[in-house]
Design a protein. Structure first.
Ligand code: NAD
Ligand code: UGA
Length: 313
């Protein structure tokens, strides 16, 4: 499938890669991004700069909550909704209003604009909807009980997709990504911070004892899941998108030391509120119904992220 795509969050870490992937697959892409200052907007401009001269890409610098979505939806055959206030640990306190605006209100506004168009939606959800469970690996039919305000907003948006399906026939696929990494990874995320310390001589801060585990997903595997989801013919579904590279934070630091040759000191801090202990994606459903199969393992993926940081620091 190709045609015209609308990508929200187009200048972000995953969104910018997705725009490039869709353009190279023959799609004509409109990307919307409001360049929030959650991290340096200049960095987002750099993410999207490679598409600047492309006839198949146009960038709309607007907030989903105030732009004319109906106009941007004209002629579109699939919407990939990635715009969000991401980040688990900063979602407490006064910051929460940004999470409500970008994750809940913006999704509701998008669904309102889409509800009678017949255009399918691919929504970027999150493993954080599951919360802290001992019942591993996480399956799509497990109880959802987020432990961070961020996770609560990502789950609310999934619920909104379902409400618009039941009431208005809005088709959607929700992709629950598990800790995505690779070139352009957000600067607040663990690998970015660790690599920066290893290359630049700083210190690594570990929240908790470092034995917490994540099912890390290389960004190109997350893109593949989006492409496969755009071809999904059913009315709706929810799929885990994991990389099959479950490791602890301490294991990751070891690989980064080895690959960079750096030996940054590690400081252990208090466990962060809202962080889950472990994630582990059961991707059987995505494999069976989408044909999803991640291809990049942790060591190779980390090498590619380190290489990107070397080129961009
Ligand atoms: P990101 O912050 O790099 O990208 C999000 C983009 O959305 C930003 O460029 C931001 O400017 C834009 N944006 C935010 N609010 C907006 C609004 N109201 N209107 C228009 N644009 C807006 O984050 P990312 O890591 O690329 O995450 C992309 C999506 O994937 C998010 O929905 C996130 O919740 C989800 N997700 C990410 C991960 C991960 O590990 N990175 C894991 C699970 C889920
Ligand atoms: C990531 C994304 O940032 C979220 O947007 C996403 O929704 C979530 O994955 C998901 O899977 O749904 P997180 O797993 O916290 O969240 O990703 P990282 O920031 O890479 O953190 C991984 C682990 O490293 C966490 O346990 C965190 O506490 C730890 N960490 C992070 C540190 O020990 N030190 C740091 O400096 C940063």
């Amino acid at each position: 499938m190709s045609g015209k795509a609308l990508v929200t969050g187009a200048a972000g870490f995953i969104g910018s890669h997705l725009c490039e992937r869709l353009v190279s697959d023959g799609w004509s892409v409109t990307g919307i991004d409001s360049f929030t200052d959650y991290y340096d907007p200049q960095r987002k401009r750099m993410h999207i700069s490679g598409l600047a001269g492309s006839k198949s890409f146009s960038l709309v610098e607007e907030d989903l909550n105030s732009c004319d979505l109906a106009a941007h939806l004209e002629g579109v055959s699939c919407v990939f909704h990635l715009a969000a206030q991401a980040g688990v640990r900063r979602s407490w306190g006064a910051e929460f209003s940004h999470y409500i605006d970008s994750n809940i209100l913006a999704t509701q506004k998008l669904l309102e604009a889409m509800k009678d168009t017949g255009i399918p939606l691919v929504y970027s959800s999150s493993s954080s909807v599951y919360g802290d469970t001992r019942d591993l690996p996480m399956r799509e039919d497990h109880v959802t009980s987020p432990v961070s305000p961020y996770g609560a907003t990502k789950l609310s948006a999934e619920h909104l997709c379902e409400l618009y399906r039941v009431n208005f026939g809005q088709r959607y696929v929700a992709l629950r990504y598990f800790t995505v990494y690779g070139p352009r990874q957000r600067p607040d995320m663990a690998f970015s911070r660790f690599i920066k310390a290893a290359l630049g001589g700083g210190e690594i801060e570990v929240y908790g004892d470092g034995k917490q585990t994540r099912d890390f997903t290389f960004v190109f595997d997350a893109l593949e899941a989006n492409v496969l989801a755009s071809r999904y013919e059913g009315d709706w579904n929810i799929f885990n998108v994991g990389g099959g590279s479950r490791s602890s934070v301490l294991d990751v630091i070891e690989i980064i030391r080895r690959e960079t040759g750096g030996d940054p000191p590690v400081r252990f801090m208090e466990k962060a509120r809202g962080d889950v202990l472990d994630t582990w994606a059961d991707t059987t459903k995505a494999a069976g119904e989408l044909g999803f199969s991640p291809t990049t393992g942790l060591e190779e993926g980390l090498r590619r992220e380190i290489e990107w940081y070397r080129d961009h620091s």
